[in-house]
Design a protein around this ligand. Structure first.
Ligand SMILES: [Zn+2]
Length: 58
């Protein structure tokens, strides 16, 4: 097995920023550290990157 896959979180509906963490096996495991970095998740299911959140583009 050489192929590696990992979840990617994208700031959807906005700037399109993508982020991922190689150690995160699932999207749920990925969102935990991202939250500490300033990412947010709207109740609608949208992920908001820190820059957009600070700029008020929610
Ligand atoms: Zn953004």
């Amino acid at each position: 097995m050489t192929a590696t896959s990992y979840p990617v979180i994208r700031r959807n509906g906005g700037c399109g920023v993508e982020t991922h963490r190689p150690f995160a096996a699932t999207a749920t495991a990925l969102r935990r550290p991202l939250r500490a970095e300033g990412w947010y998740r709207r109740s609608s299911g949208r992920d908001i990157c820190p820059d957009c959140w600070k700029a008020g583009r929610r």
